[in-house]
Design a binder for this molecule. Structure first.
Ligand code: NAP
Length: 558
């Protein structure tokens, strides 16, 4: 099969004499995009690979997030793996933003076509991972007490996978189904004719409400903070559009690789909002109002860095939001203000009819921040300071412990015995989001201090770096790599410095998961490299081309 990414060596690596006795050369956790990419690239490098996942199927995020309306916010044709030109041509997307099931089908298709299933072990939870100093290998323990050893241990558990379960008084009293949005019952849940309460008003709720409202008796959203909501503008994939995409896939893949957000967008555009006369600016904002995050990147280059430009963009978005809601008072409640927080200090959701849903008689908004704070959950519903609302189902769409949550959910012990959770108590430091000091021979796919970008692009770039590192290890006969503490400190300082220059630094004031500020158990911290995904991928390539100066290589376990 022809591969589009040539950075990784074509020739299988002969595993060197330094390889210890292990069950697998590499063990990864997570059978989403990361797991599939790991199988492709590491198997190509001649390694034996095992991917574990506690889910019942491949899919990662798309296996878990079964709430109605779940769909990608990236456009389909670049929300995919790009290692095979043949697969890019063969698979057909049905629409601009595929739903959950379609994306999961795509991942099954990749696993089928590339004969990946023998490497994947589903229904298997990992409960501990431990680096064994004396042998220089990792030992992984499953929920049923089995242990497996490997030379390389790799997390592909996802950036946004570990749920935030809020502490709300009385939560255990509710008599009906109550669950986190990412744990929507796999067997389905009949909500037709039911009263549904949704706590939280983020991207998940924005996708869920229009669909649930169609058949539920009523839907009530408990909103703390409103969002800047961009329109998705869903479209079917026409044969003409598909042909255009498939004729240009090399260019699309290259665009993603070089873009600040890892998406196939045409930016930078070479103009700033603050330097553009108001009429012309408005015209550009209007002409580009065609759906997706494109609008943020393809209008002006200063929207996320200049407060004045950011305010203009935010006001344009909220004016568009308000136009679609009949009740002006309600429209006001749904729209954030620059004074509250700038655009992109929280990740903006994409909308498939959320605003219009509030024009229905059966959809209600409760402002729990300013008007009637939430007091408790009762046997039959939710009590605010003003009233009691009865529900049959309560959904906690309360977000995720982003970037580090999955890595802290079970003990992962490094060389000193400390866990990642312990190491990351006050700061979540890493080397480029892929390695962590004190955790030899361990890689993380899109860990803390990696960029926030189109995830399949970042995942593939991370996996290419990991594969090149392993190829070096095996070619040159190394037993161990140790991430250097000084490299971790340097990357952390650079990430913090860039973060401080952006408007996203306001995220700690509005509970943004982008700073881990939505967690009750930890203080906010810098979690994201905001220097641009393209620049970050360049940094990964430079590191690999320079022989991985961030790592110390050793021939024997010590
Ligand atoms: P989120 O954006 O973090 O939103 C969580 C919501 O729950 C917020 O409105 C938050 O209010 C509220 N909340 C949290 N704790 C609460 C409490 N104790 N009481 C009341 N309200 C509470 O989570 P999300 O909507 O699941 O989205 C998270 C991320 O997942 C997205 O930003 C996106 O990156 C990803 N996602 C992607 C897609 C996609 O690409 N298709 C779809 C869905 C989600 P505050 O804002 O006031 O904290």
């Amino acid at each position: 099969m022809t591969t589009t990414n040539t950075a990784v060596s074509d020739a299988p690596v002969t595993l060197s004499g330094s390889s210890p006795e292990v069950d697998y050369d590499a063990i990864g956790i997570g059978a989403g995009f990361a797991g599939l990419a790991l199988i492709h690239y590491l198997r190509g490098a001649g390694l034996s690979v095992r991917i574990f996942d506690r889910a019942t199927d491949v899919g990662g995020t798309w296996s878990w997030n079964r709430y109605p309306g779940a769909a990608t916010d990236s456009e389909s044709y670049y929300y995919c793996l790009t290692f095979s030109k043949a697969l890019l041509q063969e698979w057909s997307w049905s629409q601009r933003y595929p739903g959950r099931a379609e994306t999961q089908s795509y991942m099954r298709f990749v696993a089928d076509k590339c004969d990946m299933w023998p490497h994947i072990q589903l229904n298997t939870e990992i409960v501990e991972a431990r680096y064994l100093n004396d042998r220089g290998i990792w030992q992984i323990t499953t929920g049923d007490g089995k242990t497996f050893t490997c030379k390389y241990f790799i997390s592909g558990m996802g950036m946004i996978s570990e749920p935030v379960i809020p502490t709300i008084a009385g939560m255990d009293r509710f008599q009906g189904p109550i669950f986190h949005s990412s744990r929507w019952p796999a067997e389905g849940l009949d909500y037709a004719g039911k009263r549904v309460g949704i706590i939280g008003a983020g991207a998940t709720t924005v996708q869920m409400v229009p669909v649930v409202a169609e058949t539920a008796a009523n839907v009530t959203v408990f909103q703390r903070t409103p969002n800047y909501i961009l329109p998705a503008m869903q479209q079917p994939m026409t044969p003409e559009w598909e042909k255009e995409i498939k004729d240009n896939y090399d260019a699309i893949v290259a665009k993603c690789r070089n873009h600040v957000f890892g998406m196939a967008f045409d930016s930078p555009v070479g103009r700033n909002a603050v330097d553009t006369p108001p009429e012309e600016r408005q015209k550009i904002f209007e002409e580009n109002w065609t759906g997706s995050f494109r609008w943020v990147f393809e209008t002006f280059d200063d929207l996320l860095v200049n407060p004045e430009a950011n305010k203009m963009a935010g006001e344009f978005i909220t004016s568009k939001m308000k136009e679609r809601v009949n009740d002006p008072e309600l429209a006001e409640l749904l729209a954030p203000k620059f004074e509250d927080y700038p655009l992109f200090a929280k990740r903006p959701p994409l909308d498939h009819g959320y605003m219009e849903a509030f024009n229905r008689d059966n959809v209600h908004l409760v402002d729990i921040k300013h008007r009637e704070p939430l007091v408790e959950i009762t046997e039959t519903g939710v009590r605010t300071t003003e009233r009691h609302l009865e529900f049959d189902i309560i959904v906690l769409a309360t977000g995720f412990k982003a970037y580090t949550g999955a890595l802290e959910a079970f003990p992962i012990h490094g060389a000193s015995g400390q866990t990642l959770r312990e190491k990351w108590q006050t700061a979540s430091e890493s080397i480029m989001g892929v390695c962590v000091a004190d955790f030899p021979n361990m890689f993380v796919v899109t860990g803390p201090q990696a960029p926030f970008a189109n995830l399949p692009t970042s995942i593939e770039q991370n996996v290419i770096w990991i594969t090149r590192c392993i190829e070096k290890m095996e070619r040159e006969g190394f037993a161990i790599f140790k991430p250097r503490l000084e490299a971790e400190r340097a990357w952390t300082a650079q990430t913090a410095d860039i973060h401080g220059q952006t408007l996203m630094a306001n995220g700690d004031k509005v509970n943004s998961w982008m700073m881990g500020a939505n967690r009750e158990d930890k203080a906010p911290r810098v979690l994201i490299y905001f220097g641009g995904a393209g620049a970050y991928y360049d940094a990964l390539d430079l590191s690999a081309d320079s022989g991985f100066p961030e790592l110390e290589f050793e021939k024997v376990a010590s």
